[in-house]
Design a protein around this ligand. Structure first.
Ligand code: DQA
Length: 151
């Protein structure tokens, strides 16, 4: 039997406060609930899915580095590091794992400083503005990427 495909979901700073933090922007669903929804969605496609949240840029860089040889796809909501982090961008480039960028809010509808993403230029694509559905759509996109690779 073919080896199960593995997805790593990374959540950046302050996303541990989802459900309590700026609920008018980010909604009332907690990170734990999002992770459960993601696991269930991935299971529908027969994928294994692991999640990791950190408020530290270096910890996220290390998680990306360690994904090498272990994960087939990365889904990342880099949160505020989206708009600042060359280190995360370089880590994604270094490991060469297809990466999908996710945002709960539509970053282009918000303050100007959120319009710039250091990640989008190295991601397969970006999903922004659909709340929790942004993450679930990313699992669907991951399935498409995996399918197109195995053809
Ligand atoms: C976010 C958007 C970022 O601008 C912000 O810093 C976040 C969350 C989102 O999911 O909409 O923390 O990535």
């Amino acid at each position: 039997m073919a080896k199960k495909k593995r997805i790593l979901v990374l959540h950046g700073p302050n996303l541990n406060l989802l459900g309590e933090r700026e609920t008018s922007v980010y909604g009332t669903v907690s990170l734990e609930e999002i992770n459960q929804l993601l696991e269930a969605e991935a299971a529908k496609y027969g994928f294994e899915l692991d999640t990791f949240q950190s408020n530290y840029e270096g910890a996220l860089v290390e998680a990306i580095q360690k994904a090498r040889g272990k994960y087939d796809i990365i889904i990342i909501n880099p949160a505020a590091y989206t708009h600042t982090s060359v280190a995360l961008r370089d880590a994604i480039l270094a490991v060469n794992i297809p990466t999908i960028e996710v945002h709960l809010s539509n970053i282009y509808k918000r303050e100007e400083f959120r319009h710039k993403s250091y990640i989008s230029g190295v991601a397969v694509g970006q999903i922004s503005g659909f709340g929790v559905q942004s993450y679930l759509l990313a699992v669907r996109a991951a399935a498409e990427i995996i399918k197109s690779k195995s053809n």
